[in-house]
Design a protein around this ligand. Structure first.
Ligand SMILES: Nc1ncnc2c1ncn2[C@@H]1O[C@H](COP(=O)(O)OP(=O)(O)OP(=O)(O)O)[C@@H](O)[C@H]1O
Length: 887
């Protein structure tokens, strides 16, 4: 056989996580118990009695292959064992073995696995015409493995099937559970489609197809070991692998069209599946076979389009059993997809393995043969590698990578070899001598396959803690209800399922079978209890009716009251509405007022803030003002003290200057007197004619010698009321100065207030007070106001130790007061000083006419004659216009 190059495979680098998963899976599977692939051999009968054979069945497990076997048997029996090759199988089916024999030995354990939730793979392998399809499918009279599996399966689960569409494929190789309502809707939809003729699988009655009817006619025995508390559904898929492409034979793509190839994917449980494959739920074996026949038709049509032969492809018919536990009443499936168990039985009819050289294939046929051989070679390689890996694992060697992906058929069943399940193979042998070489190859492959170990499937775990036998109890209960209904008790239909009542029937429940006499007895007991329950229910219902009547009456009363209350409520509602409107209006007003209050408050707060600011500023200003006042006071005090100091200073300076001036004047006067004395001496010595001037000088000297008084009068007065003072020598003529008139107002009446003993001055110069009255003592204030007195003059005299007398005249206006009294406002002071003639130094006036004024007052500036000088020497008048003091 010519080796066909393998299809190049894309190597995908494994991520660490993938590597870990693979490792874990390998560890998991390596830890599990393993079973070898069960390899059976079926030898088909020879087509004719004249055919030569190269094969001999030695016993139920061994066959011997020898190309000249028949010849040797006839001619050289003694050398028969020398060239004979023996092959041992799990079981060898003789040519006369029936289909039932094959099914019972090979397939029935796989169906049992299916019911227990385990996956199984069965494939037939052999050369073309060796009976693979006959074994797997069979014909009208001789049903093959597939219809028998379906038959047994449906017969076993017939009473435990879920309603259609309770389980629904999720398109990812899993299933979901629909609620009863959704499932009902789906059923109705399907029924509508069936009536409309649009349904893809509008199953007919089994009698309508004689072929199917004949296949389903035999009644097999149901299997045991089923979990009776589960609900079951069966789904089938039918796939063909042709030229290494996967086609869905149940796809609704129109049989005239070319079938679309599908891809193989891995689901969440690392099981391989054909993505988007059509899964058809079947409820009977007839439906399943009908689906199969439709797939077969599509296969034939497809092959016509493709110009292919049916035997040139691999056919895979999958039976998928979905089961899930029922609820506590055994009525419905528990709505949790986690509890779903899906098991699969894959029945694979491989294409015939043959050498192209022998069949003389060309063109399309050659390509077909190449692909077939390629896929079968890959299958062989995979199994070889698996065997080697399993052997090397025990020796601690690294495993080889198994090339599952090199072929669709190996890729599809990868999880069987890598994962867990049970794998069985039937090697079909055509014993004719022409097939010797191919049979040899098949035998070698079979021998090698037997050495491959497959991990045993783990038992199904679906223990939800619910009571076992609940579905049986449910069923018993329903039987009892049906019986009662048939006995003419229609109330039984209204009874709800109560499995607790069934459990209470006896401790041996649910050990007995449904059809057993014990079950019959229990059903009768159950009927009895249910009758009692119905009777009791009738009584209770009658009681309930009475109570209902009274309750109805009460309701009517309540309704009446209610009506009344409603009316009241309506009126109250109207009032309420009005009040609510009013309240809303008031609230609106309140809101408006509140907003205006807010505005006012804001304004007020602003104003207050302004007031505070202004108050603060005012305080600041006041503080500043106070400070300035203080400073001003301080300045004032400072200025006053400075002024006082300055005035004192000025006064002292003035007095100092005055004394200096006086000293200077006296010095001058002394010098002048000296000069005058010299002049006088000169005049006396030279006998000059008498000049009035000399007389005057003499008089002056005489006067001086006599020690006449020199009167110096200082006048301090207010300029407006200046009084003329006249000072004359005691023996000289009195001189009057009109400038010094005492009073300009001839109408004033003076009150002169003088001392009781005045110092006698001996001068004629007296104060001039016209119209005066003199008093020494002012006893009564009436004296001031009486006689129309308008002026007042207080005269005081002081004499110092040198004998100088100072006379002061204090003058003022008399002003009557409103209380009848009088007040004096002093406005003038005159001061008269008279030097003592004893102690006062003699004053001599200069004789020349350049006599300057003494003091700051206005004095005559020029003396033209000696007489004037002499006379003036005796009289000095000095006036001061500056104010000396004020009382
Ligand atoms: N055990 C058997 N008993 C009686 N008839 C058999 C048996 N095996 C095969 N045949 C008959 O042999 C013929 C060829 O068988 P079948 O089509 O099953 O071969 P095959 O291996 O499927 O061929 P291919 O590989 O071409 O599909 C059929 O007519 C079938 O009835």
């Amino acid at each position: 056989m010519k080796a066909v190059p393998r299809t190049p495979m894309r190597v995908v680098p494994k991520t660490p996580r993938m590597q870990q998963t693979v490792e874990k899976q390998r560890r998991d599977t390596s830890d599990k118990a393993r079973d070898p692939v069960n390899v059976f051999c079926r030898v088909r009968p020879l087509q004719s009695d004249g055919d030569l054979t190269s094969l001999r069945v030695k016993n139920s497990t061994t066959i011997a292959l020898n190309p000249q076997d028949q010849l040797l048997q006839h001619h050289k029996p003694h050398n028969a064992n020398q060239r004979e090759i023996q092959y041992i199988f799990k079981h060898v089916f003789q040519p006369d073995a029936t289909q039932q024999d094959v099914y019972a030995s090979v397939a029935q354990p796989l169906v049992e696995n299916l019911l227990k939730g385990r996956n199984s793979l069965l494939f037939t392998y052999g050369v073309t015409g060796s009976g693979k399809t006959y074994t797997m499918t069979g014909n009208l009279r001789h049903r093959g493995i597939m219809p028998r599996c379906l038959d047994v399966l449906f017969r076993t689960i017939s009473d435990y099937q879920a309603k259609k569409f309770v389980f629904k494929p999720d398109k990812l190789n899993g299933f979901e559970i629909l609620s009863e309502e959704d499932a009902l809707l789906e059923r109705q939809h399907e029924m509508n489609q069936r009536f409309a003729g649009a349904g893809r699988f509008a199953f007919r009655h089994k009698d309508s197809d004689p072929e199917i009817a004949s296949q389903a006619s035999v009644e097999p025995i149901p299997l045991l070991g089923l979990d009776e508390d589960n609900m079951f559904s069966v789904f089938v898929t039918y796939i063909e692998i042709y030229n290494n492409s996967v086609y869905d034979l149940l796809e609704d793509s129109g049989i005239q069209k070319t079938l679309q190839s599908k891809i193989i994917r891995e689901d969440a449980n690392r099981h391989m599946f054909v993505h988007g494959v059509t899964e058809v739920e079947v409820k009977t074996v007839e439906e399943a076979l009908e689906v199969f026949q439709m797939g077969q038709k599509r296969k034939r049509m497809g092959h016509t389009v493709l110009n292919a032969e049916s035997s040139r492809s691999h056919s895979v018919f999958n039976i998928r059993l979905v089961q899930a536990p029922t609820d506590s009443q055994g009525e419905n499936v528990v709505q949790d997809r986690q509890n779903i168990t899906v098991s699969q039985l894959s029945l694979v009819d491989l294409a015939g393995s043959e050498r192209s050289s022998r069949t003389k294939n060309t063109g399309v046929r050659l390509r077909e043969a190449g692909n077939i051989n390629n896929s079968l070679m890959t299958l062989r390689t995979c199994l070889e590698y698996l065997r080697e890996n399993q052997l090397s694992a025990s020796n601690g060697l690294a495993p080889k990578k198994v090339p599952y992906r090199d072929s669709k058929i190996t890729h599809m069943f990868k999880n069987y070899f890598d994962g867990e399940g049970q794998v069985s193979m039937i090697v079909c042998i055509n014993p004719r001598i022409e097939d010797y070489d191919e049979n040899m190859q098949v035998m070698k492959f079979a021998e090698m396959t037997q050495e491959v170990q497959i991990a045993r499937a783990t038992p199904m775990k679906q223990d939800l803690g619910l009571t076992p036998g609940r579905r049986k109890a449910n069923k018993l209960f329903k039987i009892a209800i049906n019986n009662l209904n048939e006995l003419g008790i229609p109330e039984a239909k209204d009874l709800e399922v109560d499995v607790g009542l069934v459990y209470s029937l006896g401790p041996d429940f649910p050990a007995y079978e449904m059809d057993s006499p014990e079950a019959e007895i229990k059903i009768r007991e159950l009927m009895h209890y249910l009758e009692q329950r119905i009777e009791k229910r009738k009584k209770l219902r009658a009681n309930l009716d009475i109570k209902c009547d009274s309750f109805r009456q009460m309701l009517m009363n309540l309704d009446r009251d209610n009506l009344q209350l409603r009316t009241e409520l309506a009126s109250l509602k109207a009032v309420y509405k009005q009040e609510r409107d009013r309240s809303a209006a008031l609230e609106k007003k309140v809101r408006i007022h509140e907003s205006s209050i807010d505005v006012l408050n804001n304004t007020l707060s602003k104003q207050e803030r302004q007031i505070e600011e202004l108050t603060f500023k005012l305080n600041e200003k006041e503080n500043m003002l106070t400070q300035k006042e203080h400073e001003k006071e301080k300045q004032k005090k400072k200025f006053s003290s400075k002024l006082a100091v300055e005035s004192d200073k000025n006064k002292r300076e003035f007095e100092l200057k005055l004394r200096e001036q006086r000293a200077k004047l006296q010095e001058r006067m002394r010098i002048k007197d000296e000069k005058l004395r010299l002049v006088s001496n000169i005049l006396q010595s030279e006998d000059l004619p008498s000049l009035p001037r000399s007389q005057s000088s003499e008089n002056i000297l005489n006067e001086k010698d006599r020690g006449a008084y020199t009167v110096r009068t200082e006048v301090s007065s207010v300029p407006a009321t200046r009084t003329d003072i006249y000072a004359t020598p005691r023996h000289g003529a009195a001189a009057a100065n009109n400038r010094h008139r005492r009073s300009r107002s001839a109408g004033d009446k003076w009150l002169e207030h003088r001392a009781a003993n005045p110092v006698p001055l001996g001068t004629i110069m007296q104060p001039y007070l016209k119209n005066r009255k003199s008093v020494t003592k002012l006893t009564d204030m009436k004296e001031l106001t009486a006689h129309g007195t308008t002026k007042y003059c207080l005269v005081s005299q002081d004499a110092d130790t040198d004998g100088d007398v100072e006379t002061k005249l204090y003058k003022g206006n008399v002003i009557p007061t409103c209380g009848g009294g009088a007040q004096v406002v002093f406005n003038d002071v005159e001061c008269l000083k008279q030097k003592s003639p004893v102690h006062s130094p003699t004053r001599k006036r200069p004789s020349n006419g350049n006599i300057s004024a003494l003091g700051g007052g206005a004095v005559p500036s020029t003396v033209t004659s000696a007489q004037d000088v002499a006379s003036r020497c005796n009289l000095g008048i000095e006036g001061h216009s500056s104010k000396k003091s004020k009382i």
